[in-house]
Design a protein around this ligand. Structure first.
Ligand SMILES: [Zn+2]
Length: 186
């Protein structure tokens, strides 16, 4: 019975898919499991770990030993590294909140949002399905803190980085050529 309702849930989620990204973190929630969960993944608890792309606090785009950084699209990663270096010269320290995520990690975020917002339909306004998330394909990053987001919104296009979702000021993708213009947000 549990299995059947789980399958039904997956089907419903898929049919309602929208392109939203994350990040329960933006609401002051902490999507990251605790330290003890980071070393492993796929345990009985099903809690996502480092292998699923969970990043520790203060992750830099140069922390390429972490799967959440290493599995980003190489061109996106390079652009984010360039932005990190450039904004450091302006006195701003950037953190990579999320890069690549496994489907399991994305599903865990969606499940958490469903619990938080009370329905799948509401949750999908804030968190994408594993099939839709650009984090799962390695094509999106979430960056903090706010002054780093503001910096990229103002200057990121020189590296091709654009805010792509109007309601997510922390979510960036490689959406233009370096020095180009960012496309309208969805
Ligand atoms: Zn995002």
């Amino acid at each position: 019975m549990t299995t059947l309702s789980g399958l039904a849930a997956v089907a419903a989620v898929t049919s309602l898919a929208v392109v939203a990204c994350t990040s329960v973190a933006a609401d002051g929630d902490d999507p990251a499991p605790t330290d003890s969960d980071r070393s492993s993944s796929g345990r009985a608890s099903g809690i996502p770990g480092a292998a699923d792309g969970v990043l520790p606090e203060k992750t830099s785009a140069f922390d390429t030993d972490l799967p959440g950084v290493a599995k980003l699209d190489p061109d996106l990663l390079k652009a984010v590294q360039q932005a990190e270096t450039a904004m450091a010269k302006d006195g701003i320290t950037m953190q990579l909140t999320t890069g690549w995520r496994s489907k399991k990690y994305q599903q865990a975020l969606l499940d958490k949002a469903i619990r938080k917002y009370g329905s799948k339909q509401k949750a999908l306004k804030y968190v994408a399905t594993p099939e839709e998330s650009h984090h799962v394909t390695g094509d999106a990053v979430d960056i903090g803190p706010t002054d780093a987001d503001d910096w990229i919104i103002r200057k990121g296009a020189r590296f091709g980085l654009c805010q792509t979702l109007s309601h997510e000021r922390w979510h960036f993708e490689l959406a233009t050529t370096p020095g180009g213009e960012c496309p309208p947000m969805s």
